[in-house]
Structure formats: C-alpha cells, structure tokens
Design a protein around this ligand. Structure first.
Ligand SMILES: Nc1ncnc2c1ncn2[C@@H]1O[C@H](COP(=O)(O)OP(=O)(O)OP(=O)(O)O)[C@@H](O)[C@H]1O
Length: 713
C-alpha cells in the first residue's frame, strides 16, 4: 500500500509503478508484434488454399487490424506514461465526502494513471470530474459533478507541486485557489517558445469555460493576454476527453488567422495527450470556394496593407461591410427569383414540358431549393418523365445535354456578373468586365460574392465538423459570420478582443452575433490579463483608452519610450537593448535548457544582472517596413557576430513556422503571438485610429520588456 499522505514518498512509489507499467507495455508490444508477424507468415503460406469466397481471408484481415489497433493504443499509452515520468502530478486535493470521517486523497496530473487497466487511478487526469475541485475551490465546503450526480463534502487540504525530470522541486500546501506566487513564477518564466499548457494554474473563471458543455455557442470577449487562446485549446482537450465516443479530433476545426499562429499553438493538444486538429484560415477557404469565379482573391493582409498605405479608409469598401449592404443584397436575391429566369418550353422525343408546368415545378414544388440549383431538379423531373414514357434509361450524354438546355434558361450563372448587377443597382463602381481567368477580387468583394454563391447554390455543409473554434472574432465581418452560420450548424467557441480590432473603428462582434446565432449564444467576459507585466499592460491600455482590464500583479522593467530620427537609428537601439541568450536560443528542446533557467522568474528589474531571453520581436507597421528593418538588422547583427542564420527571422504573410530568437514582423502578423522582449517601431506622425490600434496590438505582445520607439521624419 502506497503512503499517499507524503508527496515525496508518493512520487517515488508512483514513478516506480509507471516504470513497471512501461516495461509491461513493452512486453505486450513485443507479443503483439509477434502475433502480427505470425499472421503475415500464415497468410503467405496459406493464401492459395484459402476458401474461394474469401471468408477466411476476411477473418484474417480483421484479426490483423484488431492487433494493429491494440498495438497502436499501447504505444499511445506508453508515450503518455513516459511523459508522466518527467512530471507525474502537479496537484492534490484531500476531499472528505459528506458522511465520511476520513478524506480521500486525489493526485492530479496530465493524464490518468493506474497500475493496470481498470484499477483505481493513482493519478487523476486534470480533466476528470474530481479534478474540478482543485481549480474551483479553496479549503472548505466543495462539490463536484460526478457521472452519478453532484457529490458534496469538504476539502481538508490542497497541495501544489512542481516536479521536473522526476525530481520534486517544491511541494507546498496552499489554501487559496491556485496560489498567486506560483502563477507569477509560471508567467515570469521563459522556458517555452510556443504557447504553454496551463493545466497547473488554470484559474476558476477559465475553468468554467473549459468545462462548459451546456452552451451551444460560447462567445468569449477577453482582454489581450487573458488566456482566450489557451482556454479554447484546453477546452478542446476537455471536450475530447469527455465525449470520446462521439467527438474525435477530426470533428473539430479551428479557424485561425494565419499559418504561423497555427504553428504557434500546434503542440498544445499533443502535449495534453490529444491528436492535433484541423486548422484553416477563412481566406484560404474562400479562395478555394471561388476558384471557378475568379483566378485570385485578396486576403486580409492585402486589405490591411492597402488601408495602411492610403490616407483614409475606402468608403466603398466600408459600405460593402455594412448591414445595409447585406439587407439590400437580400432584396436583390429575392428579385433574382424572377429577373434571372427566361422560361421556354422543352420538347424532347415527343415529350413536352410546357412553360406552365415548368413554372409550377420551379416556384412551387422546388421553391425551397436555392435558385441556381433549382433548374437541375426541374430537368431531372423531365428526364424521369421521358424515361418512363419511353420505358428506357437515357444515355448519360443525352441527359447532360438536356440539363444544359434547362440551365440555359438562367440569364447568367456567373456570380461575378450577378454581383456586378447588384453593384450597379446600388450605384457603386462596377468590377472590371473580365473572363474568370483574369479576375482578381478585392478583399471587400470576396465575401459578398461567396455569400451570393452560398445563397444561390446548393452547398455541402461541413457535417463532419462538430465543434468550430473561431479565434480573433473581431476580425470577421457580419457577412463572414452569416457564411459560417450557413456552413456549420455545430457547437462553437468564438473568442476575441474588440480592443484588438484592425480597423479605424473597434468592432464589438457581440452586438451582432446574437442576431445571427439567436438564443444559443452564451457570452462570457474575461477581463483579467496574464501575459504582460503591470507596466506593459498599463502603458498599452492607455494607448487606446482600454480601462476595463484587471491586471495580474506582476511587475517588471518600465516601458522605454524613445524617439529617433530614422529607422536605422531605432534599430541601433534594438541591437543595443536586445537580451537574447544564445544558449537558450540554440537549445532545440526544453531538455537542453538548464533546469534553473527553465523555471526561473527572471529578475526583470536588475540592470547589472540583465535577464536573458529566448524570444524577441521588432514589430512594425507595414510589410515593406518590416522587410527593410530585417535587412538593416541582418547587417548590424552580423557585424556583431550574432547568429543571424538561426536566430533572426522575417515573419511574412506566407511564413508557416514560429521560431525562437529575434523575429521581425508587422503588427497584424504578430497578433496572437507573444515575445519576451518587444520593440515596437512606428512613424510618430501616423496617429490614425488604425495605427493606434496597431501600436496597442504590438505592445500587448510583450511578456517582460517593451520598447516603444517612434520615428520622426
Ligand atoms: N491560468 C494561467 N496560468 C498560466 N499562464 C496563463 C494562464 N492564463 C493565461 N496564461 C498565459 O498568458 C499568456 C496569454 O495567453 P493567451 O495567448 O491564451 O491569451 P489571449 O487572450 O489569447 O491573448 P491575445 O488576445 O492578446 O493574443 C500566455 O503566456 C499564457 O500561457
């Protein structure tokens, strides 16, 4: 019997059990492999004599598949247990059930662990019902939702542990939820370059979102750095754990802003023991959907660059984003029902469909089918009639010819042409009259045309997707949400921050989302910010007048504000202030980083003993400015012997990976990411609202140090 009252003794005993379990998995993997080899052997020796109907062969195949799956499961388990050897648990709750005298002790870790399958767990997965106690309660009365109903009692003790490479680094009893000192140390550390998993320190309000299974559509408005992305990913891990039967990782889709962001978050789910999930940008999806309509489409980056380079936002582009435009388009769609059609009777092999018959089918029987797909249904009816009367099937070619004759009754089936008609009605400038292969759509036209397509043509909804995550919700227009609603009828987690809108005016999606999705929506606000130090948050919030954010009490170096005559001089200052630690940057994995550095909270205030960082970013306004800064930095840093090849990168719109070291990029590509040190460089005379937003986005990317540089020329 293991003594579970002493954390250290429990650690030693559990580590031993995990090792034993891994050994026994190794044995069963070997046996399994032998079975597979034997089955192959048997097949090759006997396949000529197997029964002619293939029953035996089928049975063999099934047995083989079964064994391969069993081995696969064992391998996954082994992988999890090997990870647990590093840190088997991080928390403990002593819970005395109502009516009991003695508390039961629950250790909580990244996954369940029991001596053998079906035995009582020695460690409970952080997502298990009982683990909710750890995140939601202090010492005292508490309850949790078990499969058989709510269980109440009292928490008599709560412990927090840090274990690394199997060694206990600290263990202490705490009576607060998740001790602030531990959270401070976690936030102050810089041992990981991508987004971290936060299971050790999930906060109560975050836990409520992660474990919410009752609301169909959760909309989270969260301040910069409040943990929205982290919470969304932990929520996915939780949902997968709780509904393994119905929900697979392939049923979840994340709409993410770009490839780099996808890479930045890609390791979290595997780290939490789940498979990775599909990610896609909405712009790429739209581009694919409009392939036959236009050769190319602008994306969001093009649009932002265009806005940045012109003095004012284009009023026509703004009009195309408006509610009025959508309402008018709905009216246009209604009128098309009549205006698009030119019905003529069809006669084929002595069978005739009159105009009256056709009108009846078109507007009554098939009235529910989208307009541009409806004629196919009428054509099918006619073909059926011909086949019945002639008592034979028509050849495929003749059928196609007939369908084509029916389709000719549409004035046009080209969405681009239809859109132009709508623009003409609205008195807006027309798109150039070009063949599809020469058309390039401006960003503001992409989604209206896609919307026309979806309203006019039968489409395949994504029935395979059961949960959709939309990150950076403030960057999607009303029309984009209407399209999402048409495509997905599943559960959704939609998250974003109105303060990080990339337009002249802040977009509060919460004002129109309920109108689109109706009563299924539950709105949650997260206004405590964890990423930045108090100094950085306060500075950033003052930039755009954000005043409703609660700051986590972690202090650091004051923000450095400085003016320079040129970009070149500002970059000299960057080179001067850059505190990247070559050892940390060169380390290829967490293992390579000395434990003390990996876990330490850097002494951010000490000038002599300046902290050494792993990531830094120079964040600028436009792509051209970022490219120029990158080239200048390459020269300056090379001259100082900096490893520019491995530790300096330009992050551009087509980048797909997030790297350690110094990153040079624009504010809109830095969105969602974070860096130990940030140098934000903007032209001081550009005080347009969009560029003020840009400064805010850049500033809120900084974890520990922020340098706000302005160029005066
Ligand atoms: N409970 C927590 N414990 C430890 N770290 C946390 C916690 N919540 C958030 N963080 C940390 O705060 C930082 C910000 O988290 P995240 O990127 O998920 O926030 P966000 O709201 O999506 O930010 P933004 O909108 O500014 O991109 C990350 O470093 C994350 O690890």
């Amino acid at each position: 019997m293991i003594d579970n009252r002493d954390g250290q003794a429990y650690l030693d005993a559990v580590l031993e059990k995990i090792r034993q379990r891994i050994l026994s998995i190794n044995e069963s993997l070997l046996e399994g492999q032998k079975e597979i080899d034997d089955m192959h052997e048997y097949y090759w020796q006997n396949y000529t004599e197997m029964d002619e109907y293939g029953y035996e062969n089928f049975d063999n195949q099934q047995a083989l598949l079964h064994q391969i799956n069993a081995n696969q499961e064992q391998l996954i388990l082994k992988h999890r247990f090997r990870k647990m050897l590093d840190s088997p648990f991080f928390g403990r709750v002593d819970f005395c059930y109502e009516g009991d005298e003695e508390p039961e002790i629950f250790y909580i870790g990244i996954g369940n662990f029991a001596e053998k399958t079906g035995a009582l767990p020695l460690i409970y997965d952080w997502r298990s019902p009982v683990s909710g106690l750890f995140y939601d309660y202090d010492k005292g009365p508490a309850s949790y939702q078990a499969p058989m109903g709510e269980l109440s009692g009292e928490i008599t003790a709560k412990w927090q542990y840090k274990i690394r490479r199997g060694k206990m680094i600290y263990a202490f009893e705490s009576d607060t939820k998740i001790d602030d000192e531990i959270l401070k140390a976690e936030l102050g550390s810089h041992g990981e370059v991508q987004l971290k998993n936060i299971i050790r320190t999930i906060q109560k309000e975050q836990n409520a979102i992660i474990r919410n299974t009752s609301d169909k559509i959760l909309v989270i408005q969260g301040a910069a750095g409040s943990g929205k992305t982290s919470v969304a990913l932990h929520r996915i891990a939780y949902l997968l754990y709780h509904d393994r039967k119905h929900l697979k990782s392939s049923n979840i889709l994340i709409l993410s802003p770009n490839g780099v962001f996808s890479d930045y978050i890609s390791h979290i789910l595997p780290e939490l023991g789940e498979e990775n999930i599909q990610e896609m940008s909405f712009d790429l999806f739209a581009y694919r959907q409009l392939k036959g309509t236009a050769a190319d489409c602008e994306d969001r980056c093009d649009q932002i660059e265009r806005n940045l380079l012109s003095e004012t936002e284009d009023p026509v582009a703004l009009e195309k984003q408006s509610q009025r435009f959508i309402t008018h388009m709905e009216g246009f769609l209604l009128r098309l029902e009549d205006e698009l059609m030119d019905f003529t009777p069809v006669e084929y092999k002595n069978v005739t469909m009159t105009e009256t018959e056709m009108l009846d089918l078109f507007y009554n029987k098939f009235g529910e089918i989208p307009l541009l797909s409806r004629m196919d249904a009428v054509a099918d009816t006619f073909i059926d009639e011909v086949e019945t009367l002639k008592n034979k099937d028509l050849p495929e070619e003749e059928k196609q010819e007939l369908i084509e004759r029916f389709r000719q009754m549409y004035d046009t089936r080209d969405f681009y042409v239809l859109y132009n008609r709508f623009l003409e009605e609205e008195g807006l400038p027309l798109l150039p009259d070009l063949p599809p292969e020469e058309r390039k759509l401006a960003y503001e036209d992409v989604y209206p045309i896609l919307y026309l397509k979806y309203r006019l043509q039968k489409r395949q909804g994504r029935q395979d997707i059961k949960h959709l995550v939309v990150d950076e919700m403030q960057d999607y227009s009303r029309l984009q949400y209407l399209i999402l609603k048409q495509m997905f009828s599943c559960r959704m987690t939609i998250l974003g921050d109105r303060a990080q809108t990339m337009a002249d005016e802040k977009q509060d999606s919460l004002t129109f989302l309920p109108k689109i999705f109706g009563k299924d929506i539950r709105r949650i606000v997260m206004n405590k910010s964890y990423r930045n130090t108090v100094e950085i948050s306060s500075y950033a919030n003052a930039l755009t007048g954000v005043d409703d954010v609660e700051l986590f009490d972690r202090h650091g170096k004051p923000v450095t504000e400085q003016n320079f005559a040129s970009l070149d001089q500002a970059l000299d200052a960057v080179v001067q202030e850059l505190r990247l630690d070559p050892e940390l940057v060169a380390a290829t994995s967490d293992e390579d980083v000395p434990a003390s550095e990996n876990s330490a909270c850097p002494d951010e205030q000490s000038a002599d003993n300046a902290p050494a960082f792993e990531t830094a970013a120079v964040i600028l306004r436009t792509a051209a400015e970022a490219e120029q800064a990158y080239e200048i930095l390459r020269e300056k840093l090379s001259a100082r012997g900096f490893d520019v090849k491995n530790a300096l990168s330009l992050l551009h719109r087509d980048s797909t990976t997030f790297r350690k070291g110094l990153t040079v990029t624009t504010f809109y590509l830095a969105k969602g990411l974070e860096f130990d040190q940030v140098f934000s460089i903007f032209p001081s005379k550009d005080q347009r609202p969009l560029v003020r937003q840009a400064r805010y986005i850049a500033a809120t990317r900084a974890l520990h140090e922020l340098y706000a540089y302005e160029i005066q020329d």
